[in-house]
Design a protein around this ligand. Sequence first.
Ligand SMILES: Cc1cc2nc3c(=O)[nH]c(=O)nc-3n(C[C@H](O)[C@H](O)[C@H](O)COP(=O)(O)O)c2cc1C
Length: 393
Amino acid sequence: MNRLNTTFAGVSMRNPLILASATTGWNGNGCHRAWLNQAGAVIPKSLAPPTKFAHHPRCGRMKMIRHGKSRIGMVNIELYTTMGLEDWLHTELDKAYEGGSCIIASIVAHPNPTETAGNARTIEDTGKVAMFEINVSCPMPADQSRVGFQMGNDPETCYRQVDALKGAVSLPVGIKLTPTTHHMVPMAQAAKSAGADFLTIGNSIRSFAGVDITTGLPRLPAYGGYSGPAIKPITQRHVSEVAKAVQIPISACGGVTTWEDVVEYLMLGAATVQLCTSIMWRGYGHFITILQGLNRYMEREGLTSLDEIHGKTLPFISSIEEVSQRPPMVSRVDPGLCINLIKGGCEMCGKVCFYDAIEFSPRLTLKPERCDGCNLCVEICPVGALSLEHLNP
Ligand SMILES: Cc1cc2nc3c(=O)[nH]c(=O)nc-3n(C[C@H](O)[C@H](O)[C@H](O)COP(=O)(O)O)c2cc1C
C-alpha cells in the first residue's frame, strides 16, 4: 500500500513532493533524475520568457546566506530558462517525460495573456504534460515592463492570466503567487474566480544578498530571490492565510527541507509541497530521504492517508486581538533541569528577561508578579527547564 498517493487538482501523484521550477529542472535530464529519485511530479525551469529576459547572469548568481557557519538561505539572480520554447519541446521534453513522469509545465506569464495561453496550448499538444503552472512571481524584474512579481501583485492580472489559459487548454491550470506581497488573499481569490485549479504558494522573496565589507561591494550586483529554510515562516503565513480564505488546492513552496516541514505545510492546508533549495543543496536523492521520513511518520501515527492531517492546524490560528484577551501565563522552572539551580552558572534566562522577573540571589528566583508571559526565557533556556503556566491554575 502506498499511503503517500495523492490526487492534486484532479491529477494522480505517487506522493505529494514536487520538484519546484528552478535550476534543478533546467533540462530534461534534471527532470528525469528527480523522477527517478521518486519525486511525485516535476516542474521544469519556467518556459517561454519574453525575449528581453532570455539571458540570465553567468558571472555568479547564487550566494549563501549564513548565520554563523549554518546556511539559512540563499539569494539568487537567476532568471527563466535560457532555452526557447520550441527548442525545449524538441530537445528536452522527451527526456523529462521518460518513465512516464508527471510533468507540470511552468510558463512565464507574458504581459499579453493571449501569448501565455498560446504557449500553453503548444505544450498541451505534445500530450506529455499533466498540468500548467503560470509564473507571475519571479522576484527579479522590476523595471517598467511589469513582469514577474509585479504581475503577481495585481489581482486583475492574475485573473486575466488564468482566464486566458483556462480558455485555451483542457489540462488543470495553477498560478504561482509571490510572497513579495503584504497580502496574498486577493490574488488567490482572483485566480480562483478565473477558474484556477490550484495555487502554488509561493516563490522566492525579493531581497538583497549582503555586502562584502572588505571591498564595500554588494555580494550580488542586483536584487534577487531569497529561498531556503529562512523563508519558511513567511511562506507558512501566506499558505495558511490563503487556505483559510479560499477553497482551492494549494502547493506550498518555501523552505521545505525535512519531512517535518512537509507535515507542517500539509497541516496548514497544503495538498502538495514543492522543493527547490533543499534539492539544490543536497541533490535529487533528498526526495527519497524525505519520503522515508514521511513513511515512518505515517506508520508511527497510524495514518492511512495524508488527507487525515490536511488543514489540521488551521482552526487553531487565531487573531492577535483574540489572543491578547486570553488569561495571562507566567514562567515556571523545573529545579531538576535548571543548570543554575543544580550547579550554578548559565543565567541565560536572566540576561533576556526585560521585565526583571528573573533574579539570581545567588541562585535563580522567579518573580511571577513581574513576569509578562513573553516566553523568551523559555525559548532561550538551553535545557528546557522553563515553561509557561497559567497565573492561577
Ligand atoms: C536558482 C533558482 C532558480 C529559480 N528559478 C525559478 C524559475 O525559473 N521559475 C520559478 O517559478 N521559480 C524559480 N525559482 C523559485 C523556486 O521554484 C522556489 O519557488 C523558491 O526557491 C522557494 O522554494 P525553496 O525555499 O524550496 O527554494 C528559482 C529558485 C532558485 C533558488
